[in-house]
Design a protein around this ligand. Structure first.
Ligand SMILES: Cc1cc2nc3c(=O)[nH]c(=O)nc-3n(C[C@H](O)[C@H](O)[C@H](O)COP(=O)(O)O)c2cc1C
Length: 319
């Protein structure tokens, strides 16, 4: 059974972005669910073996904190043996196991994983059945529409298979794999999925304001919304969406607030092994739209360590 979610707005899994520090920050600001960056099932199996030898658990590899709960772990990869093993390894630590069938990156689709699976109904059915039978925790799914424009309705068949196999919730990012991030997310497809589904549907794609979130819910009848790029460098969006859905109004935040929240993020990163390049990426996003932002961002690019980065971000208060 799915856990209870404190809000209708979820943080999307984003590789290199939705690290444990950003997830915790979004959670504190009201995200109903946060999802780890996608993780390769083969890496989980290999890592666990190494970690076991040192009496450590997979938490060393997929870092998180209790404050993030309910917490979903996202897996990708289609080898059924590795999938079963990986699911069993992560199960004790997470509340939901999410399966990625949307990633358009060639290094993922080439290994018959991510979005490429949308055109493989048989394998997909085996994947869902393997996952659902391997664990007692709820299994959820994240998909795109299809692979090509001609196959943009594949999601309907996949959703049916998923439901039949016991998947408990589906997130739809309504673009095709070939679209990447171009064009607009077609929210009418979320409405169509909701109409044929008996499990909760999470609408995703192009939400950048509280108004967008409400419009998606009103137009598609989806149960939850998931926000990715709109929350980058702007974790306040979760509080704003929650408030707007409940009261019709929300607080505005200044650039100073955004910079404060970057330093809060930076403080949270101290507990984890987050790559410096990823932290720099976050700093860039927290300065989006700030006066003189592009100048700040070129300095950020050149920074070599946290101390240098902190200095640049402190200077940004005086822009
Ligand atoms: C930098 C980046 C990394 C992403 N990584 C993942 C991922 O690991 N797993 C996944 O299912 N989707 C991933 N996505 C897709 C997002 O979860 C989401 O579906 C997509 O960005 C559309 O939502 P948005 O318009 O709110 O950003 C990623 C997107 C971005 C921009």
């Amino acid at each position: 059974m799915l856990p209870k979610f404190s809000s209708q707005a979820f943080l999307a899994p984003m590789a290199g972005v939705s690290d444990p520090a950003l997830r915790l920050q979004c959670k504190k600001l009201g995200a109903g669910l946060v999802v780890t960056e996608f993780t390769n099932i083969h890496s989980i199996v290999a890592k666990e073996q190494q970690l076991k030898e040192n009496q450590k658990t997979i938490q060393e590899f997929i870092e998180y904190s209790e404050g993030e709960r309910p917490l979903s772990v996202q897996l990708f990869g289609s080898d059924l043996t590795a999938l079963e093993k990986a699911a069993k390894i992560v199960e004790p630590f997470f509340d939901i196991i999410d399966y990625n069938m949307g990633c358009p990156a060639p290094h993922v689709t080439k290994q018959m994983a991510g979005g490429a699976l949308l055109q493989e109904a048989n394998l997909t059915q085996q994947i869902f059945s393997t996952l659902v039978n391997a664990v007692k925790k709820p299994v959820t799914l994240k998909i795109r529409l299809g692979v090509t424009e001609a196959s943009r309705y594949l999601f309907k068949d996949i959703a049916q298979i998923a439901e039949d196999e016991g998947i408990e919730m589906i997130t739809l990012h309504p673009r095709t794999v070939n679209q990447g991030y171009s064009g607009n997310a077609d929210w009418t497809m979320i409405k169509q999925l909701k109409e044929i589904s008996n499990i909760p549907i999470v609408g995703n794609g192009d939400i950048t304001t509280p108004e967008d979130a409400k419009t998606m819910i009103d137009e598609t009848n989806c149960d939850y919304v998931m926000v990715g790029r709109g929350a980058m460098g702007n974790p306040f969006l979760f509080e704003q969406i929650d408030d707007y859905l409940k009261t019709g109004t929300y607080n505005q935040y200044s650039f100073k607030n955004r910079l404060d929240s970057f330093f809060e993020y930076l403080h949270l990163t101290e507990k984890y092994k987050i790559k410096f390049a990823n932290i720099k990426g976050q700093a860039m996003r927290f300065t989006k739209g700030i006066n003189g932002g592009s100048k700040i961002r070129s300095k950020i690019t050149l920074s070599k360590n946290i101390t240098e980065l902190e200095k640049i971000m402190k200077e940004a208060y005086h822009q």
